[in-house]
Design a protein around this ligand. Structure first.
Ligand SMILES: Cc1ncc(COP(=O)(O)O)c(C=O)c1O
Length: 399
């Protein structure tokens, strides 16, 4: 077995991403998907939709491929997508952007995050503040950059951070405050006072705010408010999103980052040496998606809210304590009332006992804080309603 060479190996081992012999640690996502396939369980583990993209978006991709748009795009992205992203930010949030200077297309939100971290962090002095539990790529990117990851805990059931914890985490060493709103894995939408404190702390310590808003169109009782629209935030905020969750095209990997020209330029300087460009025919298709009518955008949130509610009924009937998410694909439930002590063990048993697969929240926590999330489980509701109804009924009947 060849070792992964380079400095990243050391950092990645520290972050629990590599085994002692340098091989990748198998993820719980792969284990749980394999378990679902083996047992016939409903897979509410990995967060990908089981329905296809809207017809006009699919048609636009077909048209782009058959009309020969299959070579490299311009470095910043296809002009119609740059313009569509700018128009989308104006239409939904009143954010005005210069599409040629303040928008950059990336290979999914993931590349936007990677290029941002690598462009803006000066390791090993710098720190990146994130909210924990966190989307697992954040720890990997911090390790890749060599910066230190500093976490602010989010606690069941509302998962809003304590402002004192937040103040303690941010200092003059903080280079980036990385905020995922709506939040994976907890489904929380950060309260206005939390956002105001993030902006105040970033100003005070001269940090850049990076927001991951891939679930921006999937909020329920509340409207999504990008942090870049908060007073004093725009000039120090990079906003990242992608088409994957909104248009059910997670395999296309079309993302973007928007913000002040000097910051976008820094991200571009790294991005062009990562993928250079990607997904030429899918970019115009996502541009079509961004221009769909309001009914499409409200419809996807309504459908997901219905799935959340249906799943919540089954979880409560089974005896879980359930957190009510305000956005994202996910619902977190506490299995402690069912006698669980270790969520990973519980999830393995759940596949057999209930015929449903989910992910332990410990998969999104650092070693130091894993114990705080030991009995919590994440269920993905981004499936067709009959699938969610079946999962809900199975859960209700199993306990
Ligand atoms: C919070 C968050 N950010 C980023 C991503 C990845 O986005 P993309 O597929 O556009 O790279 C995901 C996907 O699960 C996510 O949940």
């Amino acid at each position: 077995m060849h070792e992964v060479p380079g400095a990243w190996r050391r950092a990645a081992r520290g972050a629990g991403l590599l085994t002692a012999d340098g091989t990748a640690v198998p993820t719980i996502f792969a284990e749980m998907s394999a378990l679902a396939a083996r047992t016939g369980a409903v897979n509410l583990g990995q967060g990908f939709p089981d329905e296809d993209a809207p017809a006009p978006v699919l048609q636009a991709a077909h048209d782009a491929i058959s009309s020969g748009r299959n070579q490299y795009s311009p470095g910043r992205g296809e002009p119609e997508l740059l313009h569509a992203v700018a128009a989308h930010q104006q239409r939904f949030y009143g954010i005005r952007l210069d599409p040629e200077r303040e928008v950059l297309v990336t290979a999914g939100a993931t590349e936007a995050l990677a290029a941002t971290v690598l462009a803006l962090v000066d390791a090993p002095e710098d720190e990146i503040v994130v909210f924990e539990p966190y989307y697992d790529a954040y720890a990997a990117l911090a390790a890749l950059s060599g910066a230190r990851l500093v976490t602010v805990p989010l606690r069941f059931p509302d998962f809003q951070p304590d402002l004192t914890d937040l103040r303690r985490a941010v200092s003059d060493r903080t280079r980036l405050i990385l905020v995922n709103d709506p939040h994976n894995p907890t489904g929380t939408v950060f309260a206005p006072e939390v956002v105001a404190e993030i902006v105040r702390l970033a100003e005070r310590h001269d940090a850049v705010i990076v927001t991951d808003e891939v679930y921006e169109h999937l909020t329920f009782e509340v409207a999504h408010v990008p942090i870049a629209t908060s007073p004093g935030a725009a000039h120090r905020t990079l906003t990242i999103s992608s088409g994957g969750k909104t248009f059910r095209t997670t395999g296309w990997k079309v993302g973007w980052v928007t913000g002040p020209e000097r910051l976008v330029q820094a991200v571009l300087a790294v991005k062009q040496w990562l993928t250079y460009v990607n997904a030429a025919p899918f970019q115009p298709a996502i541009a079509v998606g961004l221009g769909l009518d309001d009914a499409f955008f409200s419809g996807i949130a309504d459908d997901l809210r219905q799935a959340r509610d249906t799943l919540g009924v089954g979880l409560e009937a089974a005896g879980f304590a359930v957190s009510r998410p305000a956005g994202s694909y996910f619902t977190v439930a506490d299995a402690a009332p069912l006698g669980a002590r270790d969520a990973a063990e519980f999830c393995r048993e759940l596949a057999h006992r209930a015929g449903v697969v989910a992910i332990p929240l410990t998969a999104f926590a650092s070693d130091a804080h894993r114990a705080e999330y030991a009995t919590l489980v994440r269920f993905a509701a981004c499936k067709r309603l009959p699938v969610i109804e079946e999962a809900s009924a199975r859960l209700a009947a199993a306990f």
